[in-house]
Write a protein that binds this ligand. Structure first.
Ligand SMILES: Cc1cc2nc3c(=O)[nH]c(=O)nc-3n(C[C@H](O)[C@H](O)[C@H](O)COP(=O)(O)O)c2cc1C
Length: 392
């Protein structure tokens, strides 16, 4: 008969704590801090408090940090877009880059790796806001997206007319793409271990990918492959600029803030049309942004979106969404609490569905999350008010 101890013996979590090398970056374990906008970098420069905030997660045994979204060096990259984004960091300028160097050094000192998430808000940037309030917002077709959908955007920020601007010109597309490349170079120059691109959630790169915001009929629009051309161009140019040593992460999502039920792909074949060209251009890790890591992406298979991304491209993938927390981001139905769902995660991880697991809110709640999830120690729950307002 099994002893009580054997019966209750916790399943080993060690598979999640094995190192992995992607290009020149070796990560000590698979636990990643998910990118989370906080807005504590006055004039775009992360200070010692931001460095200490990231270093606390590194000291808490997190293997890799994806920074908060960092605005690329383009006048229309940043403004209000639904969050309190007044002090979002940039990735250009001496003071800003010196700040990032301190962040990177502090994280490296704790044996953790860090990649910078480059961000352009595209059509979600509210005109008249941000560091360059006078410039117009830019997007592939000047279209905000279909109205009347389930959205996380505050009703007063949803435009009455979905045509909010003009389609980007060739020159504007080139300028935006240049900004991503410049900032990728800057990030590598200050010591980041790789680059992460924000290609989801209804922002600029996603505006090109999604048919709801891309109505173009030139080489940047049309079918999935053509809508993917902007993302592919950026990845290709960044790869050429930073060389072969540094990994590129690409975050994509089916859902958009404008439309939670939106999809880029309704079948695995369609998803392959989106992701394979990106893999060929130089993406190493697909970060499949879903609200529940455990959800099947398509009918007929239990595989998650991260699972499909890996299966279809042969590249690494990263799961995210509801790890260590009992409700998905944007859900308000239940009281928020810490949960231990690491075993569910292990079921999929050990089947090889994904290589990294990104933890968002739970890691804001407890900087020691990665260490405690391994040992089974009690974890401090995320506090949706306090943990957002301060750099915990
Ligand atoms: C406060 C906050 C800020 C966020 N900012 C970003 C961001 O800058 N870039 C991004 O790709 N995702 C962002 N996200 C989404 C998270 O990266 C993550 O995908 C989401 O919170 C789901 O993970 P979780 O359930 O572990 O929190 C943010 C989430 C939160 C809670």
């Amino acid at each position: 008969m099994m002893s009580l101890n054997e019966k209750t013996a916790a399943r080993s979590r060690e598979p999640l704590y094995q190192p992995l090398t992607v290009r020149g970056m070796t990560v000590r374990n698979r636990i990643v801090m998910a990118p989370m906008t906080r807005g504590f970098s006055p004039a775009g420069a992360p200070g010692p408090d931001v460095a200490a905030y990231y270093a606390r997660r590194a000291e808490g045994d997190c293997g890799l940090i994806v920074t908060e979204g960092v605005a690329v060096d383009h006048p229309a990259a940043l403004g209000d877009a639904g969050l309190d984004e007044k002090d979002v960091p940039y990735m250009a300028g001496d003071a800003v880059l010196a700040g990032w160097r301190n962040v990177v050094d502090a994280v490296h000192a704790a044996d953790c790796r860090i990649v910078a998430q480059l961000w352009h808000q595209g059509v979600l940037r509210k005109p008249g806001t941000g560091p360059s309030p006078d410039v117009a917002s830019v997007s592939p077709s000047g279209v905000w997206g279909p109205l009347g959908r389930q959205s996380s955007i505050a009703p007063e920020s949803i435009p009455a007319d979905p045509q909010v601007g003009d389609p980007m010109t060739e020159a504007q597309i080139e300028e935006a793409s240049d900004a991503f490349v410049r900032c990728a170079r800057n990030a590598i120059a200050v010591g980041f271990d790789g680059i992460a691109l924000h290609g989801g959630h209804g922002y600029l790169i996603d505006n090109f990918l999604w048919e709801g915001t891309n109505k173009r009929d030139d080489r940047w629009g049309g079918d999935r492959a053509r809508r993917g051309a902007f993302a592919v161009e950026i990845v290709r140019r960044i790869r050429a600029a930073i060389g072969e040593e540094y990994p590129i992460f690409f975050r994509f999502s089916q859902w958009k803030q404008q439309d939670f039920r939106a999809t880029l792909a309704d079948t695995p074949e369609e998803l392959a049309e989106v992701l394979r060209p990106l893999a060929d251009a130089g993406v190493d890790v697909f970060d499949a942004s879903v609200r529940y890591f455990n959800k099947a992406a398509f009918e007929g298979s239990p595989l998650s979106l991260a699972g499909w991304a890996k299966a279809l491209t042969g590249k690494c993938s990263m799961a995210v969404g509801g790890i260590g927390i009992n409700q998905g981001v944007y859900d308000t139905a239940k009281t928020m609490a810490a949960v231990d769902n690491v075993e569910l995660l292990l079921d999929r991880f050990e089947r090889g569905e994904f290589d990294f697991v990104a933890v968002g809110r739970a890691m804001l709640g407890d900087a020691q999350w990665a260490r405690k999830a391994r040992s089974g120690e009690a974890i401090r729950a995320f506090d949706a008010t306090a943990d957002i307002r301060t750099l915990t």
